[in-house]
Structure formats: C-alpha cells, structure tokens
Ligand binder design. Structure first.
Ligand SMILES: *[C@@H]1O[C@H](CO)[C@@H](O)[C@H](O)[C@H]1NC(C)=O
Ligand SMILES: *[C@@H]1O[C@H](CO)[C@@H](O)[C@H](O)[C@H]1NC(C)=O
Ligand SMILES: *[C@@H]1O[C@H](CO)[C@@H](O)[C@H](O)[C@H]1NC(C)=O
Ligand SMILES: *[C@@H]1O[C@H](CO)[C@@H](O)[C@H](O)[C@H]1NC(C)=O
Ligand SMILES: *[C@@H]1O[C@H](CO)[C@@H](O)[C@H](O)[C@H]1NC(C)=O
Ligand SMILES: *[C@@H]1O[C@H](CO)[C@@H](O)[C@H](O)[C@H]1NC(C)=O
Ligand SMILES: *[C@@H]1O[C@H](CO)[C@@H](O)[C@H](O)[C@H]1NC(C)=O
Ligand SMILES: *[C@@H]1O[C@H](CO)[C@@H](O)[C@H](O)[C@H]1NC(C)=O
Length: 422
C-alpha cells in the first residue's frame, strides 16, 4: 500500500494543516481526507475507547475503512487494525505515554491515497518513577487471586497503593481490600471464582494507584488461565500390601475433573535422588518394592495443558514414609558398643572373681612366718616372704609410694624456706 509523502511527517492534530501539506506534496494523486474529532474515553479501569468522526466528502465509490495503530513512548506497536467502525478499544497503560493514530483508506481502490494520520495522546499522570513495579498475580486454586508489587523508586515510603480490578461480568470495578506489606512486597488478595463449567475466562484488568496526585497509576491486564496454581495436595495416605505401596491423596474440590496432573515423587531409603511418576488420578500404586526398605513420598499438582495454559505447580505436599528402615547409625552404635560392653564387663568380672577367690580361699598362713613375727625377725625375712605373696608386695608398694611422696613433700617444703632466706 502506497504511503503519501506527507505521512512520515509529524502531523499535528490540526487537520486543516495536514490536509494542506498532503495536498501540496502529492499533486495528482487523490488523497483522502482524514477522520476528525479523534478522542478517547475510559470504559471501566484500564480500557480505552478511542473514537473519531468520519471524513467529509468521501465519494460513494470508496469502500472506506479506518486504519489505526498504537504508539507507546513514541514507538509504533505495529498493532495495526482495519475496521469500518469509528472506534477502537485498547488496554490503557497509564504509566507510559500512549498515542493512537488513525487514517482513512479506500479499500481496493488504486485511484486514491490513504489520508494522513491523525493522532491523539494519553499522557501519564503523576511523577515519573512513582508507579508500582513488578506487578504479578497468581490465581490460587481457581479460588482467589493474589497480586504482588513493589514500590516505585521515586515514590515516598508511606505510599498507600490500592489495587482495583475489573473483568467482563463485573458491573463496576472492585477495590481489593485484603492487602498487606511484607519486606517491601505489597500483596493484595481478592476472591475470584467462576462456575465450574466455565472453560473460557475473561481477562482481568488490574489498576494499582494511590489517592495522591503524585503517584503514577499503572494498569495491567492478566489472562487468568496462565496464572493458575493448584492447591497443595492434602491427606497423603500410604498403604503397603506385600510388594506394593498404594498412595492416595485428596481430590481437588475446585478443579473440573481431569484438569489436574499429579506428580508423585518417591525416594527409597536415604537416597536423595527420587523417582517421579505422573498420574491423572488422585492415587498411584507402586509395585515391585523392596520389602526391607523405607519409602518416602510427596505429591504435587499441575494444571493440564488442555484446561489451563499455566506452568505453575502446586507446592509439594507433606512427606509421608512407609516401611522398615534398618537405621544404619543404630547398627553402627550397636556394632561398636556391644563388644565394648562385653570386654569391660569381662574385665570387671575377672577382677571381682579374683577378689572373691581371695575372700573364699584366703592365703594359708605360713606357720614359719608367724613364728618369725612373734620373735621379731620380721625385718630380715620380709623380702623373701613377700615374693610368694602378691598381696604383700602390693601393700609394700603402696607403703613405699607413700614414703616417696612424703620425701617429695618434705624436700619441696624444705627448699622453699631456703629460697626465701636468700
Ligand atoms: C475528548 O473527550 C473529553 C471527555 O472524554 C472531553 O472533555 C474533551 O473535550 C474531548 N476533546 C475533544 C478534542 O473533543
Ligand atoms: C466506544 O464509543 C462509541 C462511540 O461513543 C460507541 O459507539 C461504542 O459502543 C463504544 N465501544 C465500546 C466497546 O464501549
Ligand atoms: C465537501 O464538498 C462540498 C461540495 O462538493 C464542498 O462545498 C465542501 O467545501 C467540501 N468540504 C470539504 C471539507 O472539503
Ligand atoms: C488500478 O487497478 C486496475 C485493476 O486492478 C488497473 O487496471 C489500473 O491500471 C490501476 N490503475 C492505477 C492508476 O494503478
Ligand atoms: C526518579 O526521578 C528522577 C528525577 O526526576 C528520574 O531521573 C528517574 O528516572 C526516576 N526514576 C525512575 C525509576 O523513573
Ligand atoms: C498512608 O496511610 C497512612 C495511614 O493510613 C498515613 O499515615 C500516610 O500519610 C499515608 N500516606 C500517604 C502518602 O498518603
Ligand atoms: C485475607 O487474606 C488472608 C490470607 O492472606 C485470608 O486468610 C483471609 O481469609 C482473607 N480475608 C478475607 C476477608 O478474604
Ligand atoms: C472470599 O471467600 C471466602 C470463602 O470463599 C470468604 O470467607 C471471604 O469472606 C471472601 N472474601 C471477600 C472479600 O469476599
């Protein structure tokens, strides 16, 4: 499609000027007049209705259509549309400069050139950098939407952002009231449910703004099916029969039948690497298990592609275990301690038995020695007699030791006064 020479020029809103320029530069080719009265209005939050009036003096032979395009921060979005109606509905951004441009064209007519563009712009309100950033939402279990965002870099620290939402089916936009802030992350939760039979969901428009004029509002539109996150499976139960384990968990109450896929992860014994089995039902049976092993299971749910275009898994369920586990640490402790206890008690027993033997069978007194003691010849023969008697040797050793220590203490005490005297 040929573009008139005047088109690339920035065309001011004054249509008369546009026409004059275009007519002057493209002599010969018949240039269509532009549409007029281009303006916009909001339908609910975050949705714009751009409207315009038809150009004058269009010949009846012209199959008139309007071509329109969106320009954001000066960059054409290449979301060109052709239509016969005199309005176009688009999402608003509010935190960027947004322009709509429109022109008239005669379809299948090579005798006329399209009109110059006319455009009008929607400028952002508030101060640059005060709009909420990183706005993201998750639709939990088809029950409620949780949206989070952070404060804009230039927004004051006491900025009270408010979230509004609207979707086709709500009469008016709603304010989200269940909000909280935790470590700089704002969160607001609102109920979002549809009848279970629904298979298509409306786009959710979300506006985050503040009462003050300074804070720049921001809009986002969310396709809820891409944000579906199922609830964590609950009531995980395990039953073991011979060589198989049956795993069961609660069925979802909010998801339509066969719209969830489950992942069962199980580990055998201490191994960290587990196996994952997929299941379309809320149960799975594992055969050929090792009867002497402990098995640990956990489950998570995932939306099915046929139902929802979402990649979000549920969280893993709590872990449950089944089967005997020969605890290796207890084994180890037993292997070490049993022989140790046996050894120690044997030693104690032996010592005790020896004492017992002495008590029961006291050493037979040597009549010769008694006689010697009686006659005071103790000192001479004590050494020889002690050789035969272990108890006596022991006693003597103790006595000798006592003497040694006495000597030691005496010498140390006697040396000290010498030092002091010097
Ligand atoms: C555009 O519409 C607004 C109301 O939505 C109105 O106040 C304004 O005057 C209109 N502008 C033009 C050029 O018609
Ligand atoms: C947009 O505005 C035009 C003119 O007021 C109206 O005819 C049209 O129905 C509006 N479109 C929507 C989707 O509201
Ligand atoms: C439209 O055509 C009529 C008659 O042909 C003429 O009087 C009028 O000035 C034209 N209007 C414009 C805007 O060109
Ligand atoms: C316009 O198109 C017709 C048929 O498609 C052709 O015969 C004619 O030469 C074309 N005229 C111009 C000016 O291109
Ligand atoms: C914050 O404001 C300053 C000064 O007006 C500006 O240069 C900066 O780009 C703003 N920050 C953001 C994230 O827009
Ligand atoms: C936000 O709300 C708190 C308490 O309601 C108030 O003290 C504070 O001034 C508000 N901040 C702004 C920027 O209005
Ligand atoms: C607000 O959200 C919390 C979870 O963050 C939820 O427990 C509570 O029921 C919600 N309150 C209302 C009124 O929805
Ligand atoms: C959201 O739904 C729950 C139960 O489904 C209800 O208890 C709660 O009050 C609802 N919250 C709002 C704000 O409607």
């Amino acid at each position: 499609m040929a573009v008139p020479a005047a088109a690339p020029l920035p065309c001011p809103l004054l249509l008369a000027v546009c026409w004059a320029v275009a007519a002057g530069m493209a002599a010969g080719a018949k240039i269509l007049p532009s549409p007029s009265n281009l303006n916009y209005s909001f339908i609910h939050i975050c949705t714009l209705n751009w409207t315009w009036s038809p150009p004058e003096n269009i010949s009846s032979s012209c199959n008139l259509e309007y071509s329109s395009d969106i320009v954001i921060n000066g960059v054409p979005e290449d979301r060109r549309e052709w239509s016969k109606s005199r309005f176009r509905v688009t999402d608003a951004l509010l935190n960027e400069e947004m322009r709509l441009r429109v022109r008239s064209e005669c379809k299948n007519d090579n005798t006329s050139e399209p009109s110059p563009w006319v455009e009008t712009s929607l400028l952002p309100q508030g101060i640059l950098g005060t709009a909420a950033v990183d706005l993201g939402c998750v639709w939990h279990n088809l029950e409620y939407m949780a949206c989070t965002w952070r404060r804009g870099e230039n927004a004051s620290s006491d900025t009270n952002y408010t979230l509004f939402y609207w979707f086709d089916g709500l009469e008016n936009p709603k304010k989200c009231s269940n909000s909280s802030v935790d470590q700089g992350i704002f969160e607001c939760i609102f109920n979002l449910t549809f009848p279970k039979v629904t298979s298509t969901y409306p786009t959710i428009s979300i506006l985050v703004t503040d009462d003050s004029e300074e804070v720049r509002p921001v809009c986002a539109s969310k396709n809820p099916t891409t944000l579906v996150k199922p609830a964590t499976p609950r009531q995980l139960t395990l039953t073991k029969t011979n060589d198989r384990i049956d795993v069961k968990w609660s069925e979802s109450e909010t998801f339509p039948k066969s719209c969830l896929l489950y992942e069962v992860k199980y580990c055998n014994g201490d191994l960290d690497i587990g196996q994952i089995i997929a299941s379309e039902m809320n149960s799975v049976s594992i055969a050929g298990i090792d009867a002497n092993s402990k098995y640990t299971f956990k489950v998570r749910a995932k939306p099915k592609r046929e139902c929802y275009n979402s990649n979000l898994h549920s969280d893993w369920s709590e872990e449950k275990s089944i089967g005997e586990k020969k605890d290796s640490t207890i084994y180890f402790v037993l292997i070490i301690t049993i022989p140790l206890i046996v050894a120690v008690s044997t030693v104690i027993l032996l010592v005790y038995l020896k004492r017992l033997k002495i008590l029961i069978l006291p050493p037979i007194p040597d009549p010769r020695e008694i006689l010697k003691r009686m006659f005071g010849e103790q000192n001479e023969d004590s050494q020889s007699s002690a050789k035969d008697d272990p108890i006596n040797t022991f006693d003597r050793l103790i006595i000798e030791e006592e003497i040694h220590s006495l000597i030691l203490t005496e010498t140390s005490e006697s040396t000290n006064p010498e030092k002091e005297n010097r």
